[in-house]
Design a protein around this ligand. Structure first.
Ligand SMILES: [Ca+2]
Ligand SMILES: [Ca+2]
Ligand SMILES: [Ca+2]
Length: 212
């Protein structure tokens, strides 16, 4: 005879839910069984979100996510750990990638006497037995861009300090995403993001207009 358990998933299905918290019942076709017994849709496996209680749906050889344009990827993908980083996080003496590949194969700048000293990175990299410090050329002081992750080079300067992967508007008020540069829209407010751009926008399926 049937045990009450064998009916359980069907009862749940009839109720409009595929979730079952019983560990000894199979999950309906097309679903994934979490160790705690929960059945989750197959589409929730490797969707970069934890659906099983302990995230087992993301731990079974999921492919790494695609990084946003302009970002670079770490060597190893581990769920819930940093995998995509902006390029300037490479070789900045702070370990960002779970496998540390952003700080491998680096030639660090030797600090010059008149350099700006950024301070010891939060995750200090030991070079030749001493904790190294990142230094940036003095020209980077108050140029509106955060060359030091500590922000030391922009301390006490006027205007907004932008990340290195952003565009800084000429009026110094705003930092915008670089994708907004030359998009024929005045995102800065002073139009500086549209200065020096090509007069013609690239042709796709649209009609090309000459922009005066
Ligand atoms: Ca780094
Ligand atoms: Ca700077
Ligand atoms: Ca724009």
């Amino acid at each position: 005879m049937f045990s009450p358990h064998s009916f359980s998933p069907l009862v749940h299905l009839a109720g409009g839910s595929i979730f079952s918290n019983e560990t000894d019942v199979p999950c309906p076709f097309g679903t994934f069984k979490c160790p705690e017994g929960k059945c989750i849709p197959q589409t929730s496996v490797c969707n970069y979100q934890k659906d099983c209680d302990k995230g087992e749906d993301e731990l079974n050889h999921c492919p790494p996510p695609e990084c946003e344009p302009g970002q670079i990827s770490c060597g190893q993908y581990v769920f819930n750990k940093t995998y995509c980083i902006p390029p300037h996080y490479k070789c900045d003496m702070t370990i960002d990638c779970v496998d540390g590949t952003d700080e491998s194969d680096c030639t660090y700048r030797k600090c010059q006497q008149d350099d700006i000293r950024c301070g010891t990175p939060s995750l200090g990299v030991s070079l030749n037995g001493r904790v190294a410090e990142i230094c940036v050329p003095k020209e980077k002081r108050c140029d509106g861009y955060l060359d030091c992750r500590t922000g030391k080079d922009e301390e006490g300067c006027t205007g907004t300090a932008c990340r290195l992967d952003q565009f800084r508007c000429a009026n110094g008020v705003r930092c915008i995403d670089t994708s907004l540069k030359c998009n024929h829209k005045n995102d800065c407010g002073d139009n500086s993001d549209e200065v020096g751009c090509s007069k013609f926008r690239p042709c796709s399926s649209c009609v090309c207009w000459r922009v005066r």
